[in-house]
Design a protein around this ligand. Structure first.
Ligand SMILES: [Fe+2]
Length: 547
């Protein structure tokens, strides 16, 4: 079967293509439209479909829209109920439902030639579940837990996959939602709701969970696999922070309290699920699964031996999950996703043509990995553009900004390049076979940056730029067999500096989506204080650029 998956309704619109059970392409609309998160997550924009990403998926596979057997849409309006019945304060939600019902028509006008009857509605949390269970290497035998803000009428799904078939064991009805709880504290702390939740997680490590009693009272499991989240008057705990106000220890303490309680409740949900199935592996998806601090605790303190998290755990990942689900229930044997580099890529000739058109002086060194390692060792900042772009929010060595981890000020330097808050950490990438000597507690290997690890005491002073205030780091391990170019660069950097670690953060400037195309890379290089751009095998130097 040829199945196009589409996520459109809430946030992070995306498209994915699954052909005969194999994931061929997946990308977020923001990488094409250059509008962060694709659109604002409001009911008025719910009709928009990810048409640029969808068309690219078809082009990438050389398919015409009429070749598709199905379009899988990651929301089923038949399962929805009026917002007031669900206890949600969302007066325009009925617009969402109308747009969802009419999605086949919107898709047919975005993709001329598409038969609207080919569109299948996949329940939102089933799509999330498939993005974890079926995309993971464990689809024969794994539990799955989905937690997000909301789907049609629930905020959670606990289930289990047996030979690729999902059995749902429990869902939690709205308005109870751990995702919406985290979103509401995000807003109270002066950040952007449904996109800045990771900032709350970063802020939490600066605080003490001194409001834990209040949180434990309002947020609790019910003993039957579900949970309650009673409304919390945040203002009575800590004064609301305006977006431009500096944060105080009170704000950090509130963030720490919510983070801590979230971890406790997740652990209880894990034990409930594990007790029913006794499986050894768990897969996670839904926006809550991007909380890498919680993920590490779930593996360390929970009942599972193995924890796999979908790298596009937010709603973008439901495009892939919906497609895998429709392919699997249609009789195809689905395969695990091959990696997170499922987006656009360019040939060497195409990259050279981009550089020539831009009249940028460039060279083709004998080995770009060696050139980049030398620049990094000299404390340069490098824009690294290699292969296909990443699906999901993390840069994993395809569209990355790299720096020397040994200089503490590089954290500030990179946060300045990206125009973001100074409390936000940057992460290390490390050679997989060297990781265990430097990073503990979190799982290794960790190829998708979805867990935090403790940095060994002897190493904290050696790589200060990547050590967060609590002594942890969000590691990406690089396997030489899977990512030979990246591994060669890390090896060359270690030879020069003694450090098998490089700072890695996403390649973008403030408020913009991650760089995707060569044009985006050149625009980013042209406007940010980056010393070297490694575009495929080619190198552009700041000095050369100015000359
Ligand atoms: Fe979701």
């Amino acid at each position: 079967m040829k199945v196009l998956g589409v996520n459109a309704l809430f946030h992070d619109p995306a498209a994915a293509l699954v052909v005969d059970g194999e994931t061929v392409a997946a990308a977020e609309e923001e990488r094409f439209s250059r509008r962060k998160h694709g659109k604002r997550p409001v009911p008025f924009s719910a009709w928009e479909v990810p048409e640029l990403a969808a068309r690219w998926c078809l082009d990438e596979a050389g398919l015409d829209v009429t070749d598709l057997d199905a379009v899988a849409y990651s929301y089923d309006p038949a399962l929805a109920r009026p917002a007031e019945e669900l206890g949600l304060d969302d007066p325009w939600d009925h617009l969402r439902q109308t747009y969802a019902r009419r999605a086949p028509g919107f898709l047919a006008s975005a993709l001329p030639g598409l038969d609207p009857a080919a569109v299948r509605f996949v329940p939102h949390h089933v799509a999330h579940a498939a993005s974890a269970g079926l995309a993971s290497p464990h689809s024969d035998d794994t539990d799955v837990l989905v937690l997000d803000g909301r789907g049609e009428s629930a905020s959670h799904l606990a289930g289990t996959y047996d030979r690729g078939r999902l059995e749902v064991l429990r869902t939690q009805e709205l308005p109870h939602s751990l995702g919406l709880l985290y979103e509401s504290v995000t807003e109270h702390l002066g950040f952007l709701r449904s996109s800045d939740e990771y900032k709350v997680m970063a802020l939490a490590s600066y605080g003490r969970p001194r409001f834990l009693d209040e949180l434990r009272h309002a947020v609790r499991t019910t003993g039957d696999g579900g949970f309650r989240t009673d409304p919390i008057d945040w203002q009575s705990l800590v004064k609301r922070r305006g977006a431009d106000e500096t944060w105080t220890s009170d704000h950090a303490d509130l963030a720490a309290s919510v983070q801590h309680r979230l971890e406790e409740v997740l652990l209880e949900l894990l034990f409930w699920l594990h007790e029913r199935t006794g499986r050894r592996a768990l897969t996670l998806a839904g926006g809550v699964a991007l909380n890498c601090v919680a993920n590490t605790r779930l593996l360390a303190d929970g009942p599972y031996d193995d924890l796999w998290v979908q790298p596009a755990a937010g709603d973008a990942g439901t495009a892939l999950g919906a497609a895998l689900h429709v392919a699997g229930t249609g009789g195809d044997e689905t395969s695990p996703m091959p990696g997170a580099d499922l987006g656009r890529g360019w040939s060497d000739d195409e990259l050279a043509a981009w550089l020539t058109t831009a009249r940028v002086p460039f060279t083709r060194p004998a080995d770009v990995a060696e050139e980049v390692a030398r620049c990094l060792a000299d404390d340069g900042v490098v824009a690294w553009f290699q292969g296909r772009s990443e699906y999901g929010p993390r840069a994993l060595g395809h569209r990355s900004l790299l720096a020397h981890p040994g200089h503490e000020r590089n954290l500030e330097r990179l946060n300045d390049v990206k125009g973001r808050e100074q409390f936000r950490p940057v992460a290390p990438m490390v050679l997989a076979d060297r990781a265990a000597a430097i990073f503990g507690r979190g799982p290794l290997p960790s190829p998708y940056m979805l867990f935090v690890h403790d940095v060994a005491t002897g190493w904290r002073e050696r790589i200060p730029a990547v050590v967060h205030v609590d002594g942890t780091a969000r590691v990406q391990t690089v396997d030489a067999a899977e990512k030979p170019l990246l591994a060669r660069m890390l090896t060359a950097f270690e030879r020069r500096t003694g450090l098998p670690v490089v700072v890695n953060t996403s390649l973008n400037t403030a408020g913009r989506p991650m760089v995707d195309s060569p044009r985006d890379a050149l625009e980013c290089f042209g406007s940010a204080p980056v010393d070297l751009l490694a575009l495929g095998p080619f190198v552009v130097r700041r000095a050369g650029w100015l000359a």
